[in-house]
Design a protein around this ligand. Structure first.
Ligand SMILES: [Cu+2]
Length: 493
């Protein structure tokens, strides 16, 4: 289905590029006032050249000439002010993924702001109410702008972080490159839209096809994983290590070992893990991505220094303090059904799901069946490709009527049914939600997330208090699915 060029390339260390990224974080002009609690950052989006693979440079779109863009690091409770200069040949915006910002700062073109035109500036400002691992990226034609390299990490530190030897961010990128190392220009093609999106052929960590990651025996690392890929899902195996998940999508979770030891991230998702490096001095351990069966590949090698840091793992506590998120009350919560349809092989799944579909979704299903009457071939040539409750949104305009109006400050359950043959990472803006059940089974950790990965045919219930007023995007974060109509709006009023 796709191939990797990454494993055949000479590998290079990415530590140097990570250091360069930090150095590239430019302060805004000193003319603007600054207080201890307000951090000011300037981001300039522009075309540029980067060395993703050792064999040469690639023309990409970059924030401050780097990919990922500069790591923005602030403290919980700080205000962040970001002046964005658009030096791209088209309009853009920035969405602060997972951050509970005021609606006007959410960066959704036409819905929450006028897009930032070429040559224009827009200033985003908001308070970092939650600590955690977040990221930023455009919401304008994101299937192309993100694929060209526009994304960066946003780290909000806890007032009292857990003790570790090193706090490390890995932004996972996925590129579709031609043989000459140029970006393949087939953004948003019909095949990608109707299948699993733009899965690339070169996986990067912090903007480089990685070589080795230097560690020491006994070292405790907090690894902040961010999946910035358009479509690739990762399932990372850390060899003989036992990663402990302490946060999902930036939100603290009861520390636990992931299922089968695999750390899984759909597009846009983040996982913070604590890893006690346990290899012997001088040894190597390969981190392997196992998500796509038969296409497993070695992502990076952990290379142990000749001198151990300590012989045994430290016994420091690892639980994170909770963020100030209101707790949903399931007894008084409204219930809402959302059904996802479409994509190749979608009709088959719709038939299989049959009567198991939620009652509230009937209208949507009828619409979908009508559309499907002409059979699969019509589907292939038709646009759009994906539906939420029977409606496909127009990605180009972001013009959408809300599919749900949620009473402000009340609790709401959204029961989501994936009636497709594909995985979908479903993202809600402006809120974090608890994932309360999967296929009718209560989840063990009732984890807070802002993006939840739905497996084919899976039913997932989420619950949250709609405390942030405005019109909020609710969409698939496989950016080609979003472009193919898989997005909607929830109104909180
Ligand atoms: Cu999707």
């Amino acid at each position: 289905m796709f191939r990797y060029i990454a494993p055949t390339l000479t590998r290079r260390a990415f530590l140097a590029s990570a250091a360069a990224t930090t150095a590239a974080m430019l302060p805004l002009s000193p003319a603007l006032p600054s207080t201890a609690a307000t951090r000011e950052i300037a981001l300039r989006a522009a075309p540029g050249r980067v060395r993703l693979v050792p064999s040469g440079e690639t023309t990409a779109w970059l924030y401050n000439d780097t990919v990922p863009g500069p790591e923005i690091r602030i403290r919980q409770g700080d205000r962040l002010r970001v002046a964005v200069d658009n030096a791209l040949p088209e309009e853009t915006t920035i969405h602060w993924h997972g951050v509970r910002v005021p609606n006007a700062m959410d960066g959704v073109p036409h819905l929450t702001q006028k897009p930032v035109g070429a040559g224009e500036r827009f200033v985003y400002e908001f308070e970092a109410v939650d600590a955690g691992t977040f990221w930023y990226h455009p919401h304008q034609r994101s299937f192309e702008q993100v694929a060209r390299g526009l994304y960066g990490p946003l780290i909000v530190e806890e007032q009292a972080p857990v003790r570790v030897d090193r706090d490390v961010t890995w932004v996972l990128g996925d590129w579709r490159l031609t043989k000459s190392g140029a970006l393949s220009e087939d953004f948003g093609n019909r095949h990608d839209i109707q299948h699993n999106g733009r899965v690339g052929n070169a996986v990067t960590i912090n903007g480089r096809v990685p070589d080795d990651f230097a560690v020491r025996k006994g070292e405790r690392v907090r690894l902040r994983l961010i999946n910035a890929a358009n479509a690739r899902i990762f399932s990372l195996d850390f060899a003989a290590h036992e990663p402990v998940v302490i946060a999902l999508d930036g939100q603290p979770v009861t520390p636990h070992a992931p299922k089968k030891g695999l750390v899984t991230l759909g597009p846009a998702m983040r996982v913070d893990v604590i890893i006690d490096m346990n290899g012997n001095a001088g040894s190597r351990a390969t981190v392997t991505d196992r998500f796509y069966q038969g296409l497993e590949f070695g992502l990076v090698d952990l290379v142990f220094d000749a001198t151990p840091l300590r012989e045994r793992a430290p016994e420091w506590p690892i639980a994170l303090p909770a963020n100030p998120i209101p707790e949903p009350d399931l007894r008084t919560a409204s219930r809402n059904e959302v059904v996802f349809n479409g994509g190749m092989m979608g009709e088959m799944v719709a038939q299989q799901m049959g009567e198991s579909m939620g009652r509230g979704a009937t209208g949507g299903m009828m619409g979908h069946r009508d559309m499907m009457t002409g059979g699969m071939m019509q589907m292939v040539n038709a646009s759009p490709a994906w539906f939420i409750n029977g409606v496909a949104a127009d990605e180009a305009s972001h013009a959408m009527k809300p599919i749900l109006t949620l009473a402000k400050d009340r609790s709401h359950v959204i029961a989501m049914t994936n009636a497709t043959a594909w995985h979908h990472p479903i993202h809600l803006h402006g809120h974090a939600f608890r994932v309360i059940s999967r296929n009718g089974q209560p989840t063990r950790h009732r984890e807070w997330q802002d993006t939840v990965l739905l497996s084919p045919r899976e039913k997932v219930e989420i619950a949250f208090v709609a405390d942030n007023p405005g019109d909020w995007m609710f969409h698939c974060h496989v950016l080609e699915h979003q472009a193919g109509g898989m997005m909607a709006v929830f109104r909180v009023a």
